[in-house]
Design a protein around this ligand. Structure first.
Ligand SMILES: [Zn+2]
Length: 71
């Protein structure tokens, strides 16, 4: 798996992927869904993974039933 930069460790680290409940607000309505997040193997803090952000966006768009034809 690719490494990613951890801001706490100040270096590139291995990360694991965990499931996270994400809350998003759209037009004043709040949605909850199971998304993904990256966690630093070394210090356990959340790290930013572009691929997971993209995947979360796909999950969320599917959930609210729009942008379905936008692939
Ligand atoms: Zn770390």
């Amino acid at each position: 798996m690719n490494k990613t930069f951890c801001e706490i460790c100040r270096k590139d680290v291995d990360f694991k992927v965990e499931i996270e409940i994400i809350k998003s607000k759209v037009k004043g309505k709040e949605y909850e869904y199971c998304g993904l997040k990256g966690v630093c193997w070394e210090c356990g803090s959340e790290v930013y993974i572009q691929e997971l952000e993209d995947e979360n966006l796909r999950i969320f768009n599917r959930l609210i039933g729009r942008l379905e034809n936008d692939y």
